[in-house]
Design a protein. Structure first.
Length: 42
């Protein structure tokens, strides 16, 4: 699941250097891996 910004369409939450960033879409394997999240029960 990719998390897209409501206020900034086309930008997705991405983890980079142990921080969360809001970045525009990029067509790369690293970007795809960094913007994919999974919902888990706690």
């Amino acid at each position: 699941m990719k998390l897209e910004s409501y206020n900034h369409r086309g930008r997705f939450i991405r983890h980079r250097n142990f921080q969360l960033w809001l970045d525009s879409y990029q067509n790369s394997n690293l970007y795809q891996a960094d913007t994919t999240f999974r919902m888990v029960k706690k």
